[in-house]
Design a protein around this ligand. Structure first.
Ligand code: PLP
Length: 483
């Protein structure tokens, strides 16, 4: 059953029929596309860029190929319904919260949730109550919320309707989802998991269990981040019971373009197929590639690697070893500086932060090309080692400042605003979302008090050279606050 790609097969059949299109897309199978791009994409791909049509099924009322493809994904992962999401995990998270909650509901949100969660709460008009994650002072990572923190939040807010957890986090650290699911369910709340970084979990005993295996009611996964799908492609999985499946379908449909890209959807179908037929073997390949990288980096005295030993503390219940994080602080380099040195050598990493570089390893890595890249990485670090500086002092200062909510999120978003120089915004109420990307964790949400600590945090992030995302002023020289 899993041995098929219903949507890919249907699209290939349609392409091979060579139907003349008097319909969108306007480039008509590439005929009207700029030649440079068309050539780069390839005639096959542009011919398969077809528009929504009944012959190829409709994502808004799936009844044939898309329905089959989504059902196969649901079956593979163990959900009751799976929805293809073509606006990334951001779109899947928007739909997940809208499906699980009604306007005005309270949602427990980790302080280090991704910015897409702010968007979801705004769109669905929900009220966040924030739980602080634990903090790893060595790596400067805001890790996971603990079951105890979740329990404590229910003691303060018995009316929480859903608990959102980001697991695993960017660095591969998973929360104790089983325990958190038990607590949420005991309080009649749904567990929703932002599993953007975990679409491969559950397919190898060497990885932490998946959100669904731990009892989550829904999860949103970035198929494009870790598996073989194209950028933007994600999955929303829903379990029936606490979440109404019809409402979930309605939420997804409302938030989805009426012109979904079929190539994107086909790439989700294909990624599911690959995972189904070869998943365990491919994850083994990814783990082997990551282990090789760890070996290469562990030769260097002073570099610290984030290892599976991080589990059992800081709210971390499991670790995905395919995420290789190396801390360069002892050599006096920020992760951003080390990332720049790697980039000059032709290597681009997933994330850099104040102290570390994060290499994202997948089953795409391996073979002779990969071995040659490891050699290059080794020589970049040998060079950095030769030019070692005094260790970085600011080792312990990346704990996210606690939120001080002054105005409800939605009211703050809708309020009259004015722009002030960031440094003069202390004591005012923020009207916009401010994050640095990656990891896209907002330092400020609309409605939060702008404290001296928050301003200092933003200035230090800016100094690192991380691009800011969210505020109207992309340089964050000014901040929009409530008038
Ligand atoms: C934890 C987390 N959640 C959600 C997202 C959003 O995913 P997407 O970029 O697919 O919209 C990201 C993206 O970086 C993320 O890191």
């Amino acid at each position: 059953m899993q041995n098929r790609m219903p949507l890919v097969e249907a699209m290939l059949k349609y392409k091979n029929e060579k139907v003349y299109p008097f319909h969108t897309p306007g480039h008509k199978g590439g005929r009207g596309m700029e030649a440079l791009l068309k050539n780069e994409l390839g005639a096959g791909a542009v011919a398969m860029d077809v528009s929504l049509m009944s012959e190829l099924d409709d994502i808004h009322a799936p009844s044939s190929y898309i329905m089959e493809a989504q059902n196969l994904a649901a079956q593979l992962y163990g959900s009751d319904r799976c929805f293809f999401a073509v606006n990334g995990t951001t779109g899947a998270i928007h739909a997940m919260l809208m499906a699980a909650c009604k306007a005005g509901d309270k949602v427990l949100v980790p302080r280090n949730a991704h910015r897409s969660v702010a968007g979801a709460l705004l769109l669905a008009n929900l009220e966040p109550v924030f739980a602080m994650p634990e903090y790893d002072a060595v790596f400067g990572i805001n890790t996971q919320i603990t079951p105890q923190a979740v329990e404590a939040m229910f003691a303060r807010h018995a009316d929480i309707k859903a608990v959102l957890v980001t697991s695993p986090n960017y660095y591969g650290q998973a929360a104790d989802l089983k325990a958190i699911a038990g607590i949420a369910h005991a309080h009649n709340a749904a567990l929703l998991v932002d599993e953007a970084h975990g679409p491969h979990l559950g397919f190898s005993s060497k990885l932490p269990p998946s959100a669904l295996q731990c009892g989550a009611d829904a999860c949103a996964q970035s198929t494009h981040k870790i598996l073989g799908a194209m950028t933007q492609c994600s999955l929303l999985h829903v379990k029936g019971g606490r979440i109404n499946l019809t409402r979930a379908a309605e939420a997804v449909s409302l938030l989805t373009t009426t012109s979904p890209n079929y190539l994107l959807m086909a790439s989700i179908d294909a990624a599911r197929y690959t995972l189904a037929v070869q998943g365990e073997k491919l994850i083994e390949r990814a783990l082997t590639a990551a282990e090789k990288l760890r070996k290469c980096l562990s030769k260097f005295a002073g570099l610290k690697l984030l290892e599976a030993e991080c589990t059992g503390k800081n709210g971390i219940a499991g670790f995905d070893c395919t995420k290789v994080t190396v801390n360069t602080a002892a050599w006096g380099y920020s992760g951003t500086e080390a990332g720049d040195a790697l980039r000059k050598a032709g290597i681009a990493v997933e994330l850099t932060d104040a102290q570390s570089v994060l290499f994202l390893v997948t089953f795409a890595d391996g073979g002779a090309e990969y071995d040659a890249v490891l050699e290059k990485i080794s020589s970049v670090f040998a060079d950095l080692e030769q030019h070692k500086r005094a260790p970085l002092k600011e080792q312990n200062c990346w704990k996210l400042p606690e939120f001080v909510t002054a105005v409800p999120l939605r009211s703050a978003f809708d309020a009259e605003t004015e722009s002030l120089p960031l440094k003069k915004a202390e004591g005012r109420i923020c009207a916009e979302q401010v994050s640095f990307y990656p990891p896209g964790i907002p330092v400020l949400w609309p409605g939060e008090l702008v404290t001296a600590e928050v301003i200092d945090y933003c200035l230090r992030m800016k100094k690192l050279g991380l691009p800011v995302s969210g505020p109207a002023d992309y340089t964050l020289t000014e901040l929009r606050v409530i008038k």
